[in-house]
Design a protein around this ligand. Structure first.
Ligand SMILES: [Ca+2]
Ligand SMILES: [Ca+2]
Ligand SMILES: [Ca+2]
Ligand SMILES: [Ca+2]
Length: 255
């Protein structure tokens, strides 16, 4: 009888320890990855239902820098490349095959991506989801705003006769977990974008990647006349933070 009681006490203790370890590791994971499909012109609809309002910490202000913008020429696609792009944000942006827009009209103001010098993976500048369009903000002093649906798009470019196609970039995100999302996506019709996503705090710079041969929900985007790549940031009706930054964006499509 005593042995049986001891067994149950041990069992409960082990289960409790397991739960504590699971909770701690879940907390330290830093945000959540996912996949989804976004449609051009179809505004993002945030999850509804009650949620607690979180007290926002003060913006962490970096020392100002006066990095001048240089004109950086895009390398032309030549040799083994069908298409090649390398964006550092150290030059004027958006230029070339890039364009930016606000996908939900007047909702949440007119806000889209722009270059900003608050943080960068390399150099002084990166792309920030809330810096551009008529109501663009300054990452040095501002958080992103509510009700955003901000897009930065590359394209169209061809993947015809390509053996491989990759999008690689560095990203940094701090957004309200489960409500405000950063997406990286590709499309063959400039309408349906197939995406990977992240919500929460990345706790620093991470590597982003899309293999155009194996896109979520879609599969192979090689052999297409036109392909678009999009970086999207969406927010719901409350609670904001620093948002999404991207740097060293590369698109490499090889013959
Ligand atoms: Ca700009
Ligand atoms: Ca808007
Ligand atoms: Ca940079
Ligand atoms: Ca939010």
């Amino acid at each position: 009888m005593a042995n049986k009681r001891l067994f149950y006490v041990l069992l409960v203790t082990v289960l409790a320890l397991f739960l504590v370890v699971a909770a701690v590791s879940a907390q330290g994971r830093g945000g959540q990855y996912g996949t989804s499909i976004r449609v051009l012109g179809q505004p993002y609809v945030a999850p509804t239902g009650p949620k607690a309002n979180v007290a926002q910490p003060a913006k962490h202000v970096m020392p100002p820098n006066n990095a001048a913008k240089m004109a950086i020429a895009q390398p032309a696609a030549a040799g083994p490349f069908v298409y090649r792009l390398h964006e550092t944000y150290e030059g004027a942006w958006p230029t070339g095959d890039w364009y930016t827009y606000d996908n939900n009209g007047p909702t949440g103001g007119d806000v889209c991506w722009d270059d900003d010098n608050w943080i960068a993976f390399q150099g002084m500048w990166s792309g920030w989801a809330a810096g551009g369009c008529a109501d663009g903000l300054d990452a040095t002093s501002d958080y992103y705003v509510d009700d955003m649906d901000s897009w930065a798009v590359i394209g169209p470019f061809s993947t015809e006769h390509a053996k491989s196609g990759w999008v690689q970039f560095k990203w940094w995100n701090d957004s309200e977990e489960d409500y405000d999302y950063f997406y990286w996506c590709a499309s063959v019709d400039n309408s349906n974008f197939y995406c990977k996503s992240f919500t929460g705090d990345s706790e620093g710079w991470r590597n982003g990647r899309l293999n155009l041969r194996g896109m979520p929900y879609y599969g192979n985007m090689l052999g297409e006349e036109q392909v678009w790549v999009a970086f999207i940031f969406t927010s719901d009706y409350s609670n904001t933070d620093d948002g999404a930054f991207i740097d060293q964006v590369r698109v490499v499509v090889r013959k």
